[in-house]
Design a protein around this ligand. Sequence first.
Ligand code: C2E
Ligand code: MG
Ligand code: MG
Ligand code: MG
Length: 273
Amino acid sequence: FAKEKGKNNYQFFTVDLHRDLSDKMMLEREMHKAIDEQQFYLEYQPQIDMKTNKIIGTEALLRWNHPKIGLISPADFIPLAEETGLIIPIGSWVLETACAQNKAWQEAGFPPVRMSVNVSLRQFMQQHFVEKVEHILEQTGLAPEWLDLEITESMTADVSHAQKVLSCLREIGIHVSIDDFGTGYSSLSYLGKFPITKLKIDQSFVRDLSEDHQAIVKTIIDLARNLNMKVIAEGVESQEQARLLLEMNCTEAQGYLYARPLSALDMTKKLSG
Ligand code: C2E
Ligand code: MG
Ligand code: MG
Ligand code: MG
């Protein structure tokens, strides 16, 4: 059960889904109710321009606050939501909420930032995915250039599908980033085939900037530059990491050093200066 914890303001309930089938079935049942009963909410983590230290974007991160269990980590329920297909309605809710929030910030007169939204494989593979995204943009009134969809390398396995979807998104003006870049098993050749805006260097490389990891990070940064893509380092926690990343010409960063994922209200305060 979730407990209060000093520095973080919460601790996630964790569950071993592979071992405990009854937990899994329980979670599945509960997940069905969670949307209607408004147990989901989003947190927003700033993305920073490393040169100016200004906020240029924010990533929407899904949270599930169950009335009895407490806060359940996305790492625990998103795989299950994928498996059961519930990620489709949940993902739509996330996209709609994040776009509406960004539009509200813009209407309030804050300097515009890009909203990054995580997309799961099942969402990406569904028919009419692009139309659904377009519909949400129309509904919320957010201009496509302020939306950034985060996909993972695994979603490019079906090359022709990915090519179709990504080129449609790009035509509309929506941005696409590759999340957790460097941890997938896909070949690099796909990068040139798809209109991708940004590579997100996985936090496992940033966490421990050993010599090997520095070489990998530097290679990703150079790769992005050579392919005319932007690059952002995930999971930046220390000044030392930021310094090394700047030295390697990294331009954008996200991590606890700058801000933890924030409630909509706290993010609003951050944006207002
Ligand atoms: P991700 O998209 O790679 O998100 C980054 C994760 O790293 C987030 O974990 C964030 O809270 C955490 N993080 C950010 N800065 C730091 C740092 O400096 N140090 C450390 N140790 N961690 C940091 P979170 O919120 O638990 O989300 C985990 C994963 O769940 C996400 O990884 C993403 O794959 C998935 N996820 C979250 N929200 C959604 C969603 O709305 N839809 C889908 N499909 N997946 C989501
Ligand atoms: Mg992400
Ligand atoms: Mg990531
Ligand atoms: Mg991820």
